[in-house]
Write a protein that binds this ligand. Structure first.
Ligand code: NDP
Length: 249
């Protein structure tokens, strides 16, 4: 495949991502608190998470192990793998979602989304990257790395607070407090969007930008719907708390 053909695929994929963002204004992805009957067969929520996230980890690992990459491309692969090691092999075993299910429709659509995104990023890092050693001195490296690391830490802290709201066998919902929850309802989703912004700045290529578009397409509507859900579900939900941008939105 030529780079021109590869770039055309990325652009089409980005356009589909934008169309999905528009679609998700009208349809709420039915998992977690938004789960609904009528989306077909369901499987265990934890198993669903493992299956959904596994392609992202396995595909980047495949390209990392089987192709020669510059040290900068290896560095990008390792950051991706750290994130997806947690999301595939740690996060699903930590969440307290006893007895909870997830529709296979969601699992398969997420596998497809992760397969294409990881495939494009892995293929680029194996076949088209031409990062020089000087890439580590570029402003894109410093800015992207700072955003990625700070957002990764914020994402971990936010996920931890949410997971620990429930005791091991509890199933209900509580109002999260502390850290950025003081200001916004979904710091986990906000930080994940920033994390992939940092990655796209570090990588400075089309497939990483596509993945950012897809992450925002999924998480921005989800965060706004979570915020609305909190306001409707809890009478005493803090009035001054916003969805993702303190004091504004
Ligand atoms: P949620 O905030 O919906 O849930 C995270 C976990 O915490 C779930 O186990 C949930 O339980 C529990 N939880 C959340 N809020 C409460 C509460 N108020 N009381 C009790 N328990 C609560 O996050 P998502 O499931 O949407 O996402 C999980 C992670 O995956 C996030 O960090 C997100 O950024 C990331 N993600 C990334 C995507 C991408 O495109 N890159 C796509 C989707 C997610 P329950 O499941 O029962 O609601």
């Amino acid at each position: 495949m030529s780079l021109e053909q590869f770039n055309s695929i990325c652009i089409i994929w980005a356009i589909i991502g934008i169309a999905t963002f528009i679609l998700l204004q009208f349809v709420t992805a039915p998992y977690g608190r938004h789960i609904k009957k009528g989306w077909g067969p369901e499987i265990s929520n934890k198993l669903g998470w493992i299956l959904m996230e596994l392609p992202s980890f396995a595909i980047i690992l495949y390209f990392y192990l089987n192709f020669s990459q510059s040290s900068y491309a290896q560095f990008l692969s390792i950051f991706w793998l750290i994130h997806y090691f947690n999301r595939t092999f740690i996060f699903p075993f930590r969440i307290r979602t006893k007895g909870k299910k997830m529709p296979l429709t969601i699992v398969f659509s997420a596998i497809f989304f992760n397969f294409i995104n990881a495939g494009l990023n892995g293929y680029f890092l194996a076949h088209f990257e031409n990062y020089s050693e000087l890439a580590f001195e570029n402003w894109t490296f410093y800015l992207g790395l700072t955003i990625f690391v700070l957002s990764f830490i914020t994402n971990q802290i936010s996920d931890n607070i949410l997971i620990n709201l429930r005791k091991p066998n509890e199933v209900g919902y509580k109002i999260p407090n502390g850290f950025l929850f003081k200001y916004i309802s979904c710091p986990n989703h906000l930080s994940e969007m920033f994390q992939w912004t940092g990655f796209a700045i570090m990588a400075w290529n089309l497939p990483a930008t596509c993945f950012l578009i897809w992450t925002v397409a999924n998480l921005l509507p989800r965060a706004l719907k979570h915020h609305k859900w909190y306001q409707e579900y809890f009478d005493d939900y803090p009035k001054n708390r916003k969805a993702i941008i303190p004091k504004i939105w």
